[in-house]
Design a protein around this ligand. Structure first.
Ligand code: GAR
Length: 207
């Protein structure tokens, strides 16, 4: 796989640790970031994984940047591109031909709370349950078919940082387990629907 990450890279670290620990039969062929200062790049280097920074500055358009980024990604020949804390929208012209080969982890129970500040959104909405989702990336922001989710109860008096930390702790095993299923050939996107063990999923896997 190739991993795209903009910041801290704890989800990337969970992937690298699972591979190093023999819990995920996969390889991270490269890590790419739109921010040269991303901690994710240091984590990649520490694991001996090629790390690449590409700044959107200097590109005339989103499409031009994404074309350049995905040309570099494609050069590695990944079966899957994993957006793990990648905070940029990807141009539909780049995503559409790669449908089923790009996944994203998002910190909410999609379709609830798309976009940014999802924990704040959840607290403001007063929901009893929050969580994280792994979905195939489509041209719609945070709108592609959901593969798997982890549910986290909201506690009385919860505040944003505490809730975010509890969700993050569930994101790591959620992402690793979803990648395990993908690597085992058990998950695929066909005709815009997630298939699990060859059958269309009627609801996201609960992991
Ligand atoms: C994670 O919570 C991830 O779900 C979220 O950013 C964080 C990155 O943490 N992604 C998004 O909000 C994407 N829209 P990490 O850099 O430590 O993996």
């Amino acid at each position: 796989m190739a991993v795209l990450a903009s910041g801290r890279g704890s989800n990337l670290q969970a992937i690298l640790d699972a591979i190093a620990g023999g819990r995920l039969a996969a390889e991270v062929a490269g890590v790419f970031s739109d921010r040269a200062s991303a901690q994710a790049l240091e984590r990649a280097q520490a694991a001996g994984v090629p790390a690449h920074a590409l700044s959107p500055r200097g590109f005339a358009s989103r499409a031009a940047f994404d074309d350049a980024l995905f040309a570099a990604v494609d050069a590695l020949g990944p079966d899957l591109v994993v957006c793990a804390g990648y905070m940029r929208l990807i141009d539909p012209g780049v995503i559409t031909p790669r449908a089923g080969r790009v996944i994203n982890i998002h910190p909410s129970l999609l379709p609830a709370f798309k976009g940014l500040h999802t924990h704040r959104q959840a607290l403001q909405a007063g929901v009893a349950e929050h969580g994280a989702s792994v979905h195939f990336v489509s041209a719609d922001l945070d709108g592609g078919p959901v593969v798997a989710q982890a549910r986290v109860p909201v506690q009385p008096g919860d505040e944003e940082h505490a809730l975010a930390a509890r969700v993050l702790a569930r994101e790591h095993p959620l992402l690793v387990e979803t990648l395990r299923l993908f690597a085992a050939g058990r998950i695929a996107l066909r005709e815009d629907r997630v298939h699990f063990d060859g059958r269309p999923l009627t609801a996201p896997l609960q992991l």
